[in-house]
Write a protein that binds this ligand. Structure first.
Ligand code: FAD
Length: 447
């Protein structure tokens, strides 16, 4: 079916949904996603308002053999939440968050952003651990795993997932949890968007008061001392402390976030301010929801990005050399190597308990090229690939599917390891045998 007929078929069937086809005045607005590199032209964007819209769209895509992209926050690095010619199923209007404070539970729509969850949580004094940028989508982040400031204390986002309402490839609406469709629930916790369209997540929440954050900027010339000191201090950190750094060609920004009792904050955080002589620094108490928005502008929509990550056990001399060498040829001032400390509660869960793979890692790194002009695409992508390749050589075998600008079977098998991939492939054959949901880090069905 051609793009015009597909748009017409969607409009006739989806009475409550909003169809943005190529003739729509806001087509260009709604076809965009976060990464400016992903400039695609779908036949139509369905702005679903209800579970029923989602089910009808899935059925039409399956019946017509149309390419189907599923979008929540639009932050897919390789641009897998959009497509050329096919349908984009945009869930951003299904973004409600309902909190039962007494039970410590949040029900979150499949199109909500982290900022929606954080803001509703803040009103109740509760949090669910997620990522570090508030305009990221809950759905894409959660389905891959979800790591951020509170993962060492409360676990990955999937470790706080109690259940998922999902529309499968045959249009059924299923509830998956530890007691209902447990195999599917296992796969949804790390297997990405391979098994269906999630319309609602149910999360466990935790009480959290103000946190304490220290942030210091060092000259890149001091990187050796700063990174050695960072590793020394972070290695024995309690799980209430999470640290990260962003290393660019000119500077190293080190941040430490304390989520324990206020009296313990200074002793845990302040030492990160004297790893060398900082150029500037800050230390103080803040609301968690504010920390979550701190990098929103720095990571605004529209710039071109190529990012690739991996898991490290330690930041030893080899890792420091690798990072120094990579950053020395960074293509732009805001291209960086970012490292987030992991461990703690992430490690409390068995590696086999969820599809997510890499729980024993102490750190997660990302080599991120960021630039503006299409003419720089090749140069910047080449840098990102090269930097990531050299860091991958000293990293763990498994990887995080959510932070990979490249995709393909080798990457996906590598991310999960052969044994888990095999289990995921059999699960995929049960729930999506025709591979309708293939615009993702794709798991091919295996019978
Ligand atoms: P989308 O592009 O909307 O979706 C990505 C994929 O998820 C889609 O291709 C689809 O397969 C699937 N999907 C989306 N919605 C649904 C749904 N409702 N049902 C089923 N499948 C769906 N990750 C972290 O863990 N921690 C971080 O701190 C973090 N920070 C980030 C900051 C930025 C600026 C960016 C760009 C990424 C970050 N990430 C982080 C990675 C992030 O987890 C992935 O990019 C994730 O895919 C984003 O989810 P999304 O909903 O915004 O993306």
């Amino acid at each position: 079916m051609d793009a015009i007929s597909l748009g017409r078929e969607l409009s006739q069937t989806l009475m409550d949904g909003l169809i943005v086809d190529r003739g729509h005045p806001e087509y260009d607005k709604y076809r965009r996603i976060w990464n400016g590199l992903a400039d695609r032209r779908p036949a139509a964007i369905v702005r679903a308002r209800s579970v029923d819209d989602v089910r009808k769209t899935v059925r039409i895509a399956a019946d017509q053999g149309a390419l189907l992209a599923v979008r929540c926050g639009g932050h897919s690095l390789p641009g897998l939440s959009t497509c050329d010619e096919g349908i984009v199923l945009d869930l951003s209007l299904i973004n409600d968050v309902a909190i039962d404070a007494a039970a410590g539970i949040a029900d979150v729509g499949g199109g909500a952003l982290l900022g929606d969850l954080d803001a509703a949580g803040a009103r109740a004094g509760l949090v669910t651990p997620a990522g570090v940028v508030s305009h990221t989508g809950v759905a894409g982040l959660t389905l891959g795993g979800g790591m951020g400031w509170l993962s060492r204390k409360f676990g990955l986002t999937i470790d706080n997932l109690l259940g998922v309402e999902v529309v499968t490839a045959d249009g059924r609406l299923i509830w998956a949890s530890a007691d209902s469709e447990p195999d599917l629930f296992w796969g949804l916790r790390g297997g990405g968007g391979n098994f269906g369209v999630v319309t609602r997540f149910r999360f466990r929440m935790h009480p959290l008061g103000p946190i304490v954050v220290g942030c210091w900027t060092y000259s890149a010339l001091d990187c050796e001392a700063v990174l050695q000191g960072f590793h020394r201090l972070s290695t024995y950190a309690p799980r209430e402390l999470t640290t990260n750094f962003a290393f660019t060609s000119t500077q190293l920004v080190v941040t430490a976030c304390w989520s324990g009792v206020p009296e313990g904050a200074a002793a845990a955080v302040v030492p990160f301010g004297s790893l060398a002589s900082p150029v500037s620094g800050s230390f103080g108490s803040m609301a968690y929801a504010d920390l979550q928005k701190r990098h929103d502008e720095l990571t605004a929509w529209g710039q071109r990005h190529y990012s690739k990550g991996g898991f490290l056990g330690k930041i030893d001399g080899a890792a420091i050399d690798c990072m120094k060498e990579a950053i020395a040829s960074a293509p732009t001032a805001n291209s960086d190597i970012y490292v987030l400390q992991l461990g703690g509660a992430i490690n409390d869960v068995e590696e086999t308990a969820t599809a997510y793979s890499g729980r024993s890692a102490s750190y997660y790194w990302i080599a991120n090229a960021a630039w503006d002009k299409p003419a720089d695409d090749t140069h910047c992508i080449d840098w990102g690939r090269k930097a990531a390749k050299s860091l991958a050589a000293i990293s763990m075998q498994t990887n995080y599917v959510n932070e990979q600008s490249d995709f393909g079977k080798d990457i996906v098998i590598g991310a999960y390891g052969a044994e888990k991939y095999d289990r995921l492939a059999k699960l995929k054959a049960r729930y999506d045998p025709a591979n309708l949901f293939r615009l993702n880090q794709n798991i091919e069905p295996k019978t």
